[in-house]
Ligand binder design. Structure first.
Ligand code: ATP
Ligand code: MG
Length: 180
């Protein structure tokens, strides 16, 4: 199994559709500071189902949608597709090539697809869960991530743990309910 192509449309700084072809072996992405290298890694985590906005280096999930520049208006949706070579059948699905797609609309709606058919986030998580990819596999270690954890205050460290455990959204809901 290997990752074949990653296509970004309206994801972070990638306003125009951009496809990266990944050959078997090691792929390096090089470029100046701020050119979007980490955004490519964020897209990979996102399409595989990442739910933590902080992990994606944003404040809220909407921050993954192209926010506009001086010469280009913001977009209404972000879409990322990942095509995986499944010739060895590592993924439990009857296709030798699998494309997963995630779309987020600015109004908050989201869609997931496997080979063009609509599915649930859970279906993608289950598809990837035995393959070493996807949720809770910690296959992606972001730039500065270790440093952030080591230098965090106790409160921030608690935030990381709560996000990893999926408690953060419930805490936010609770705080919102108590304010009313
Ligand atoms: P470095 O070498 O410093 O790590 P990098 O190549 O990893 O840089 P990224 O962090 O991937 O750079 O890209 C940062 C750029 O992406 C910034 O210019 C930021 O404005 C832009 N960006 C992030 N989110 C969005 C968004 N939603 N819309 C438009 N641009 C965005
Ligand atoms: Mg970076």
């Amino acid at each position: 199994m290997h990752l074949k192509t990653l296509t970004l449309r309206g994801f972070k700084s990638f306003a125009s559709a951009t496809t990266l072809s990944l050959e078997p072996g090691i792929t390096c992405v090089v470029g100046p500071n701020g050119s979007g290298k980490s955004n490519v890694v964020d897209a990979l985590a996102w399409v595989m189902g990442e739910q933590g906005a902080k992990t994606l280096r944003g404040g809220k999930m909407e921050d993954v949608i192209f926010a506009g520049t001086s010469g280009r208006p913001p977009l209404g949706r972000a879409e990322v597709s990942l095509t995986i070579d499944n010739a060895d059948g590592a993924l439990p699905i009857e296709y030798s090539e699998v494309t997963i797609t995630r779309t987020l609309f600015r109004n908050g709606g989201s869609e997931y697809q496997i080979n063009g058919a609509q599915c649930r986030l859970l279906d993608i998580q289950e598809l990837l869960s035995d393959s070493g990819l996807g949720r809770e596999m910690h296959v992606i270690v972001g730039q500065g991530r270790l440093d952030t954890v080591l230098r965090a205050t106790p409160e921030e460290r608690r935030g990381f743990i709560e996000e990893a455990a999926g408690v953060l959204k419930h805490r936010k809901r609770k705080e919102k309910a108590l304010r009313k």
